[in-house]
Design a protein around this ligand. Structure first.
Ligand code: GYE
Length: 331
């Protein structure tokens, strides 16, 4: 058996054996058809990030001779729908299941069913709880805790010398129970606490990664706490940050000035808000990993050894970089 270890995907290139790279008829080993049949249970379509991710995966599957078919299901941010999609993939005996789990818990039974059926599962984007680690082969996606740490480091660097002492923070969390919400929060406060920043978390609620809910939660924050004396809004994604910016403007305040704002993702719309001076820091989260995912899917179907987690390479951007970076954004 071929053995190969993925060390990282920063350069976007895997060294694949030529036979696999060119498509060698029946990769699945199940005795029929050309190429792999892959089932992809996607989270939903809640953000520009997600749309770009779906497009990247679908385009990569389409262009890849090694993939015969990608069965794509949009689960509308509903775990029950995702579980049902995975069960259908098992019934259809796909070669590999790709799952972007909406939340971290509740996967044991269905992933055990996939294991019993001998179908390998690859996690794309989000992770699941450590207790279920043996029920998937590998995860390809972002290091969400590291993203949170980057946001935390900027906060410390920006506010540590704040003359009025305590930095007062509002947090808009992503979907409750999701890996990016849990880890972006944990990484952020790990740095604030570790660096000894004097801060107060004035309020922290979920905006479910959507602009609509982000705006509604920000309106409640403003009604409950006012905005005077609030230093920072940490939004776990662009959409919630952009929704909050609307709420802040409608309340008569200047986002980016009266209150500093951090977002995570880095969509075109997010960068445009930065160029317009309405937010202050962007932590990049990269959704364009379709080609790498196809390489992982093929390797896993062939029983190759892969790393348990492959992080996508990502950067950070402050106000001095927004304008130059905007044209480079892919989503
Ligand atoms: O940040 C957000 C999307 O799981 C990394 O999900 C992803 C997150 C992304 O809704 O915009």
């Amino acid at each position: 058996m071929k053995r190969r270890t993925f060390a990282g995907i920063g350069a976007g290139v895997f060294l694949l054996p030529l036979a696999a790279a060119c498509g060698n008829g029946d990769d699945s080993g199940d005795g029929g058809g050309d190429g792999l049949v892959v089932g992809f249970a996607q989270v939903g379509a809640e953000s520009a990030w997600r749309t770009a991710n779906s497009e990247s995966v679908q385009a990569a599957a389409e262009a890849d001779d090694r993939i015969a078919e990608l069965k794509f299901v949009d689960a509308q941010q509903d775990q029950e729908k995702q579980i049902e999609a995975v069960r259908n993939f098992i019934t259809q005996q796909v070669d590999v299941i790709v799952l972007a789990p909406v939340v971290e818990t509740g996967w044991t039974d269905v992933l055990q069913e996939a294991a019993d059926a001998g179908i390998p599962v690859v996690l794309a984007d989000r992770g699941i709880e450590a207790a279920d680690e043996d029920l998937y082969v590998t995860r390809l996606g972002s290091d969400f805790a590291e993203e949170g740490r980057k946001a935390g480091q900027w906060t410390v660097d920006t506010f540590a010398a704040d003359p009025d002492g305590v930095t007062r923070i509002l947090e808009l969390q992503g979907t409750t129970g999701s890996a990016p919400a849990n880890d972006r929060k944990a990484g952020f406060f790990e740095v604030l606490d570790g660096e000894g920043l004097a801060y107060e978390l004035v309020d922290s609620q979920s905006g479910n990664f959507t602009a609509e809910e982000g705006k509604a939660v920000m309106e409640t924050f403003i009604t409950t706490h006012g905005l005077e004396g609030i230093d920072l809004l940490y939004a776990h994604n662009d959409e919630m940050g952009l929704g909050a910016i609307q709420a802040i403007e409608e309340a008569g305040y200047a986002p980016g000035t009266d209150i500093q704002i951090i977002i995570v993702d880095g969509s075109k719309a997010g960068f445009q808000a930065g160029v317009d001076g309405k937010l202050n820091y962007i932590v990049e989260c990269n959704p364009v990993f379709g080609e790498q995912l196809m390489d992982v899917v093929v390797a896993v179907s062939e029983g190759d050894e892969v790393e348990k987690f492959t992080p996508v390479e990502e950067g950070v951007f402050d106000a001095s970089q927004f304008e130059a970076e905007l044209p480079n954004r892919q989503f």
